[in-house]
Design a protein around this ligand. Sequence first.
Ligand SMILES: Cc1cc2nc3c(=O)[nH]c(=O)nc-3n(C[C@H](O)[C@H](O)[C@H](O)COP(=O)(O)OP(=O)(O)OC[C@H]3O[C@@H](n4cnc5c(N)ncnc54)[C@H](O)[C@@H]3O)c2cc1C
Length: 430
Amino acid sequence: MNLTEPQAGSDLAAVKSRAVPDGDHYRLSGQKIFITWGDQDFTDNIVHLVLARLPDAPPGIKGISLFLVPKFLVNADGSRGARNDVFPASIEHKLGIHGSPTCVMNYGDNGGAAGWLVGEPHGGIALMFTMMNHARIAVGIQGLSISERAFQQARGYALERVQGQPAGNARGTIIQHPDVRRMLMQMKSGIEAMRGLCYLAAASADHAHHAQDAVARQRHERRFALLTPIVKGWCTEFSQEITSLGVQVHGGMGYIEETGAAQHFRDARITTIYEGTTGIQANDLISRKLLRDKGAALGELVADMQRTAAALAGAGTAVAAGGRVFRAAVELLEQTAGWVIAHQRDSDALPGAVAVNFLLGAGTVCGAWVLSRAALATDAGGGADAADYLDARRELFCFYCEHLLPRATALLQTVRAGADSVMALRPEQF
Ligand SMILES: Cc1cc2nc3c(=O)[nH]c(=O)nc-3n(C[C@H](O)[C@H](O)[C@H](O)COP(=O)(O)OP(=O)(O)OC[C@H]3O[C@@H](n4cnc5c(N)ncnc54)[C@H](O)[C@@H]3O)c2cc1C
């Protein structure tokens, strides 16, 4: 996907690349930056999807069209033809994801790259969003996947590394230290919450396409739209903490490259940036998904969560105690959403100033919901073989409610503080 240009990152309305008609196709010129796998020789050809403006394009976001531009043209018989006028100008040196070439791409230095219009003229952004919404889920899953890898490595190290006399016992492995256990619980419960949320969002995407009933399809469409920025924003932000904990569990060895723990930390860092930064996801959540429908989709989610909270009241003692914390967090999420809707016009800065904390708070509550459903499902039983597994699901929910869910209260309270202190200093005071 070739969207980004030096002056057009988060703000795609500023895209300047041009496409002029040339017979049945177009000639593209301009520069794209930071293009993932912009060039490589693993495949015979590369098909770029490129945002550019037609000569008669209106200004801004409504004047952007989508073009298909192959690296090599294709002959009438399907064989590979001449090299198209699109070339990588350079490959970036990056903090992480060193296996992924990130290229500056030059279009049209030698007369114009041949490209074919996809969809209607000036309709490129809507088409791009079809891909971007799925790519956002994919990047959320990338945050989850790197976290899982960091966890597996940390777990393996903690089971082997001998250091100190854990909890007053003889010299033993570091997994016996309560603080190492805390870190592993934080990683594991966070990862399970993230994974469950990704599955829920993906299931909604499937139901939105395939449910028999039109009402259910629309409901799932709303749910998928609501969860997409949360999956992208919350899972990737959480992956920063989880991969950092992975380094911490290793102690000094975590900081040494040969262990591999540091690579996960560096690789995770991009996930909060590409496919729209966390700030952009949060703006999407507040503006398009909350304010536009006056909280309807969030209200449906809250109602589902409240049903789960009611079911938790009848569960075993520890799970029911977690359920009470969860119920209070759901209530606070609902109230905070109501507060944002009521106060959205208090100042121009308000939605933007509170958006990320709202997203992270909502994500943290969603995580508890996912784990609570897993804890409830353990009631169905699974035979003696599954006892350990089921017990772990309950314990992970209880840990999450005690150690991670209180963060939602802090984050959502911050939202109600509004924009004033965020905007208090003038730019020159920084
Ligand atoms: C390794 C890598 C791979 C990439 N791959 C691709 C690719 O394949 N194709 C592609 O097209 N692009 C790609 N990108 C570009 C990526 O999508 C952009 O970097 C990203 O969208 C942010 O744009 P920017 O870098 O211009 O930052 P800016 O938009 O300048 O943002 C800088 C800061 O300002 C904040 N900000 C800006 N606008 C707003 C706003 N409206 N509200 C709140 N905060 C805001 C951002 O959150 C961020 O913190 C890649 C980038 C990298 C680093």
